[in-house]
Design a protein around this ligand. Structure first.
Ligand SMILES: Cc1ncc(COP(=O)(O)O)c(C=O)c1O
Length: 396
């Protein structure tokens, strides 16, 4: 069994996190607190750009920028040429989604706890491509019902797409079991790993997905406005970027172009070089700690938090799944979620509010109201958990 980080190790990581002692941050699933290494990489590059020019600074840092692909590939068990740099998870998800072949009459098979932005993609594909959406119900635990998904496979399935860790509910969908179903059916599999990368140990080959999208700012502790798409080399040649520029494709003849090899086909020429270097620093921090130890520590602190909330009483938790993760979804009985967030903010405690429309299918099935999402990370201490629970109890 993997050992969680010790109190001393967490203390050291907190000293390398400028915000750790300034705020009680239970919003790591929104945007985590970046470590100093991420700040240094970004600010260093902004300084370089200011003093030498943006293009010249990029040329000077070409090797370091290439190394970011290596770090990210190691983080998820992929290969550097399978990584595309994107601005955030939804850009990456859309780049992958719209590159897949889909024909009228085909089905997109997905799960109930889908993220709103992805649902917009499915609904748009219904209009634009004439496909239909097949939402596999959840099982008794709240996870996607894998046996039912298997029954729904068929020749007319264009794509299996699920969210690994949905926006709220602490749910961890059985991504690898879904991968086995998709593989057996020979159907491409797109995984939204926006909230699992940096929180859970991820290996794209263990999961068996073909495409995986994520963001930098959440559990990975990278800069805002960064993310990546991983596209398996087994499928990439069949993927046609929906909106290439002359970096994702080579304009090699007046009336046509040739799509760039590998995941570069999903990248546009312009991007934040400081952000990309910051994302690389965040990946390196996670690699140094070890993703298995990160997962063990997040789960340990989430279990402690849930136990303390249950013991406090007067707090309803809405979590799902056999083994909920670091996102704890709750309401203080009788108190509006936004009022809770505002009251906590006044005490320098950060949480966020989840609105039903961000997971409408799941929220409708469960008649979910607005809920408070309090998300812990490996940085979260027992003292912070006590402080947040006491603050919530005082609001009853
Ligand atoms: C499950 C899930 N997927 C995708 C996204 C979108 O991420 P981004 O805002 O980086 O596009 C979010 C954002 O909260 C999310 O919770």
């Amino acid at each position: 069994m993997t050992t969680p980080l010790s109190t001393e190790e967490v203390a050291t990581l907190r000293t390398q996190t400028p915000g750790a002692e300034l705020v009680t941050h239970f919003n790591h699933a929104g945007s985590s607190l970046p470590p100093q290494q991420v700040l240094d990489a970004q600010i260093g590059h902004l300084e370089r750009e200011a003093r030498t020019g943006g293009y010249e600074a990029a040329a000077d840092m070409a090797e370091e920028e290439t190394a970011v692909y290596d770090s990210i590939a190691r983080l998820i068990g992929g290969r550097p040429h399978e990584i595309a740099r994107v601005e955030h998870a939804t850009t990456g998800w859309n780049a992958g989604f719209w590159s897949l072949p889909m024909e009228a009459g085909q089905r997109i098979v997905t799960a109930e706890a889908a993220y709103g932005a992805n649902a917009m993609g499915y609904l748009r594909a219904v209009q634009r491509k004439g496909v239909s959406i097949d939402v596999v119900p959840s099982d008794a635990s709240g996870q996607v019902d894998v046996a039912e998904m298997e029954r729904r496979m068929g020749d007319d399935v264009a794509l299996v797409a699920i969210t690994h860790v949905p926006t709220n509910g602490g749910l961890v969908n059985p991504a690898a079991e879904v991968g086995a179903v998709a593989k057996a059916a020979g159907v491409p599999y797109l995984l939204d790993a926006c909230q699992s990368v940096g929180q859970l140990h991820i290996d794209v080959h263990e999961i068996g997905c073909d495409l995986l999208s994520t963001t930098g700012r959440k559990y990975l502790r990278g800069p805002r406005g960064t993310g990546f798409l991983w596209a398996s080399e087994n499928i990439i040649d069949r993927l046609e970027p929906d909106h290439p520029d002359h970096y994702s494709a080579h304009w090699d003849r007046p009336d046509g172009y040739t799509v760039a090899p590998n995941a570069q086909r999903f990248e546009l020429w312009e991007y934040s070089h400081a952000g990309w270097l910051g994302l690389g620093a965040a990946a390196d921090v996670a690699l140094d700690i070890g993703t298995e130890r990160i997962e063990a520590t997040v789960r340990q602190q989430a279990d402690r938090f849930r136990a303390a909330l249950a013991a406090a009483g007067g707090i309803t938790m809405y979590d799902l799944g056999e083994r909920p993760c670091g996102l704890v979804t709750l309401n203080v009985d009788g108190v509006d979620a936004t009022a809770v967030k505002t009251a906590l903010r006044a005490q320098n405690i950060n949480v966020s509010v989840s609105e039903p429309h961000s997971t409408l299918w799941d929220a409708t099935r469960r008649s979910l109201p607005e809920t408070v999402r309090a998300s812990v990370h490996y940085l979260t201490t027992d003292d912070e958990i006590d402080r947040v629970v006491a603050a919530l109890v005082a609001l009853r």
